[in-house]
Design a protein around this ligand. Structure first.
Ligand SMILES: Cc1ncc(COP(=O)(O)O)c(C=O)c1O
Length: 329
């Protein structure tokens, strides 16, 4: 496995970052989780936009442009010979001192990892997941907006730990006002009387799968309403669904001991699961396209650098964009 770190493509056992990196010391950084299906990166633009929006919110300036980031992601997939993959781009604050001050970190660290990762929940897509509403609350937007996909996932991990102890496959967060927020790593939906209800996106991550699923629902003529939901709505739902890049579209059939609907994935859930599969198989940013003919001059330059790096013998020479400092924003 080759991992991209700051312009180099390194074998996993050599892919290391400094213990003084504030991503490690403080969770100071941002990341994405992206999937590639059939040689295409699904919703790549949306994921890179969200990565950059998260970075902007924490005042972190990515050392690569969006086009360069897209190129690096595709190159990691190409070098690892992956047409289907889970991809993890990370931008951390970088190397600093033991203090908090980000001004002491002059250069953000960029990492891209890609690996094979099939269906996250295995046979639970047929059976349905058990979910636990957890006592830990989703961190409020006025403290740390859940829309920032930051390297600090401790809030989510605490929820997951609680769900694990209580026998759940996934946790359901409420926000500090008692409204349904999201799962530990996915967005939530209730189906009631043929209508899909889902929380607004202030108290949760604005999921890209959520956006796709809502588009699909609209195209199938299933009514969708974005609204506040409480635990009454969860327990009394006909169907409950969770979605995320890793989880994809998954049914929740049991919450805190209450059987949801008839305890089996419902018709709306199954329709969305099938349609999502079709969309992911067709759409996406081609990994193996001819980048030399790319319209953007940045993409062309990045492609040329990657091509030059490929011919270099030593992995240390396989630098993209960052080594020369050129091509930075
Ligand atoms: C907390 C949280 N909510 C929701 C999601 C779903 O977002 P997406 O569909 O963009 O993967 C994720 C996964 O990234 C997540 O970590």
């Amino acid at each position: 496995m080759l991992i991209y770190i700051d312009g180099k493509f390194l074998p996993a056992d050599q892919a290391k970052i400094s213990v003084f990196d504030h991503g490690f010391l403080y969770g100071d950084g941002v990341f994405e989780g992206i999937r590639a299906y059939n040689g295409r990166v699904f919703r790549l633009k949306e994921h890179i936009d969200r990565l950059f929006d998260s970075a902007k919110t924490i005042d972190l300036k990515p050392p690569l442009s969006k086009e360069e980031m897209a190129e690096v992601i595709c190159e990691v997939l190409r070098r690892n010979d992956l047409d289907n993959a889970y991809i993890r781009p990370i931008i951390s604050r970088g190397h600093g001192d033991l203090g908090l001050d980000p001004r002491k970190c002059p250069k953000p660290t960029v990492v891209v990892i890609a690996t094979s990762w099939g269906a996250m929940y295995g046979d639970l897509y047929d059976k349905g997941l058990k979910a636990i509403t957890v006592s830990v609350r989703r961190n409020p937007a006025e403290a740390l907006p859940p829309n920032v996909k930051s390297l600090n996932y401790l809030n989510n991990i605490l929820a997951k730990i609680e769900a694990n102890y209580k026998g759940g496959d996934e946790a359901i967060f409420f926000d500090t006002n008692g409204y349904v927020s999201e799962g530990s790593g996915d967005n939530l939906y209730v189906v009631k009387n043929g209508e899909i209800l889902t929380p607004l996106t202030l108290n949760n991550l604005r999921g890209i799968t959520r956006m796709v699923v809502l588009e699909i629902a609209k195209s199938l003529g299933i009514p969708v309403r974005e609204t506040n939901l409480g635990y009454f709505d969860l327990y009394s739902a006909d169907e409950v669904i969770c979605t995320g890049t890793a989880a994809e579209v998954a049914p929740i059939t049991w919450i805190d001991g209450r059987v949801i609907g008839n305890g089996r994935p419902g018709p709306v859930t199954r329709q969305l699961m099938a349609a999502f599969r079709v969309v992911t198989e067709k759409e996406g940013y081609p990994i193996h396209r001819k980048v030399i003919g790319a319209k953007s001059s940045v993409a062309r330059k990045t492609a040329a650098k990657i091509a030059a790096a490929k011919t270099a013998k030593s992995p240390a020479k396989r630098n993209v964009a960052r080594k020369s400092g050129k091509g930075r924003k």
